[in-house]
Design a protein around this ligand. Structure first.
Ligand code: NIG
Ligand code: FE
Length: 393
């Protein structure tokens, strides 16, 4: 039971707990609910009429409360601008991995202060929209010094830091990609591993092939970093099956999948399929088939993939709306993927759900139901956001 200094949020029209033991369906929905926050944790969840007495009370009247969004994939340590690339693409040019080089040059030339300010800006932008956990990758430095300082910047903003030295082959190594893989798995890994929890690789034509990706992930795992993979984004390839084989936490993008890829994800108890619809939206590409993955039994997460090239949005609500309208997800599945799915992709059990003992990361919607996230696309529905029990919006 909560103590008297706790805060109760009462008369919640519809509460998404993501705990089926607490309410109805996979979302564990409770109507006319209350949640009590004590310190940084959830202390009580149930029907509003049964809420314990607390000193502080917020009446949510008519609004829905859901877990804060868990964004398991972002590239927000960067400098520079790719408006022109976007503009050209919208005039017919195709997206390729090559555009990453533009951001690498600008990021290398930027001061630590600029990188820090940029990352903070997008983390705060996402937080105001309800994203209370955000993974951040390196990947625009591609030298020992620039990757490690990118990770130091990331670590100042999140606990979920990912070493992505293998984003593309650094331009200096264009003629000798094997030497770049040696750098990524050697001195660069030595410098970066202390900052990171995860290791990622862009397994794609124009980036790293299956053998190179495997070498990168195995080297990282030997240093205690857990694999995640940019897999099957632009073409069919070995990324998804490599992710599953190595027990990666997540295979990200999953746009071009064979039946064998879908089967591998469906039978994996470890690897989440993280779908990033902002990338397809912003590159006018075909969306991943979420329905196919869900029907096969795969675990699915959603993320905006915030980056200056393929998807310059931090909005999880936008991804929920696109996933429902374009990728065959139901509103319940999309909200689950944006919260508990992201938590699973980060192997977290303290976030992505609203239950006693979970971190008090909460998003109050200016709407009576979580379904409005898909029903009212483009509308800013975040009425209030708590992170670790603190009201941050
Ligand atoms: O997830 N696919 C590789 N990386 C990013 C794009 C990075 C960029 O274009 O700058 C992605 O889409
Ligand atoms: Fe990405």
């Amino acid at each position: 039971m909560a103590d008297a200094t706790a805060t109760a949020i009462t008369h919640i029209a519809s509460l998404v707990t993501n705990d089926p033991s607490l309410g109805s369906g996979p979302l564990g929905l409770i109507q006319d609910a209350a949640v009590v926050i004590d310190g940084d944790r959830v202390a009580w969840v149930g029907e509003s009429s049964k809420a314990p007495a607390t000193d502080n009370r917020i009446v949510a009247e008519g609004r829905a409360l859901i877990p804060g969004f868990v964004d398991s994939h972002s590239h927000v340590v960067f400098a520079g601008d790719r408006t022109e690339e976007f503009n050209a693409r919208m005039s017919g040019r195709a997206y390729s991995a090559g555009g990453i080089r533009t951001t690498v040059a600008a990021t290398r030339a930027a001061s630590n202060n600029v990188l820090h300010a940029n990352a903070g800006r997008y983390v705060r932008e996402a937080l105001r929209q309800g994203t209370t956990t955000m993974e951040i990758k390196s990947g625009y430095g591609l030298t020992v010094e620039d990757e490690s300082r990118a990770l130091a910047v990331a670590a100042a903003h999140t606990d979920e830091v990912t070493y992505l030295g293998a984003h593309i082959v650094a331009p200096e190594f264009a003629d000798d990609p094997a030497a770049y893989v040696d750098l990524v798995t050697g001195p660069m890994l030595d410098a970066c591993a202390p900052y990171a929890r995860w290791i990622d690789v862009f397994c794609e034509q124009g980036a790293f092939d299956g053998d190179q990706a495997r070498a990168v992930l195995i080297a990282g795992a030997a240093r205690g970093l857990i694999p995640r993979v940019h897999a099957n984004q632009l073409s069919y390839g070995p990324g998804v099956r490599l992710a599953v084989e190595l027990g990666a936490a997540s295979a990200d993008h999953c746009t071009h999948l064979t039946d064998a890829d879908v089967d591998a994800l469906a039978s994996s108890g470890e690897t989440v399929a993280t779908l990033l619809p902002g990338a397809e939206f912003s590159t006018r590409a075909e969306y991943p088939d979420a329905r196919r993955l869900l029907d096969a039994g795969a675990r699915v997460a959603l993320s905006p993939d915030c980056n200056p090239g393929s998807s310059f949005t931090s909005s999880m609500a936008f991804c929920v709306a696109v996933a429902v309208r374009e990728m065959g997800m139901t509103p319940d599945e999309a909200v689950l993927a944006a919260t508990a799915g992201g938590a699973a992709a980060l192997r977290r059990t303290d976030v992505g759900r609203i239950a006693v003992g979970a971190r008090a990361d909460l998003l109050l919607l200016d709407a009576p139901s979580h379904v409005h996230l898909a029903y009212r696309p483009g509308v800013p529905l975040a009425a209030a956001v708590w992170r670790g029990g603190e009201l941050v919006k």
